[in-house]
Design a protein around this ligand. Structure first.
Ligand SMILES: [Zn+2]
Length: 159
């Protein structure tokens, strides 16, 4: 029979979801269950422990197990979660930002295309206006070259 030892410990609870505000480890009361198999237990004939397994669980699962932020079941451990240096130089959430970057790029391209279309419309409008102005000038020039009609008396000069 294995030896089972239970003892209360200071545990660290954290949400499983790295995006959840509850991901940061929090101290909680926990219980460690150490199950030890001796060589004798496993049919051997020397003293000592051949294998052991430690299980850590919440002392008060009703209060502490669910994440206060998202309500999902949390992990409990006796070890501080390691923080590894970022040697890749790529942000940890780079993959999550890929979609957002793509959307931003699309937006920028769309905006550029819209601006270009507006500029083209403006250019066309200005060309039409210039053409209209040319026609008006031509009409005015033609009218100025026509002889004056007989029905309109000249103003006497000097009055
Ligand atoms: Zn959570």
């Amino acid at each position: 029979m294995p030896t089972v030892t239970e003892r209360p410990i200071e545990g660290l609870a954290s949400c499983r979801n790295p995006r959840c505000p509850g991901y940061k480890q929090q101290p909680v009361q926990a219980i460690s269950t150490l199950t030890e198999f001796s060589y004798f237990d496993l049919g051997g004939d020397v003293p000592g422990i051949e294998r052991a397994a430690e299980l850590i669980r919440f002392a008060d699962p009703d209060t502490d197990e669910s994440c206060p932020a998202c309500g999902e079941p949390r992990l409990v451990s006796d070890q501080t979660r390691p923080i590894y240096p970022n040697v890749s130089g790529v942000a940890q959430d780079a993959l999550l930002a890929v979609q957002k970057d793509a959307e931003r790029m699309m937006d920028m391209q769309l905006t550029a295309a819209r601006q270009e279309a507006e500029m083209a419309q403006m250019r066309a409008l200005m060309e039409r206006q210039a053409a209209a102005l040319d026609r008006q000038e031509a009409v005015i020039a033609e009218l100025q070259q026509r002889p004056r009609g007989p029905g309109r008396p000249r103003k006497p000069e000097g009055e």
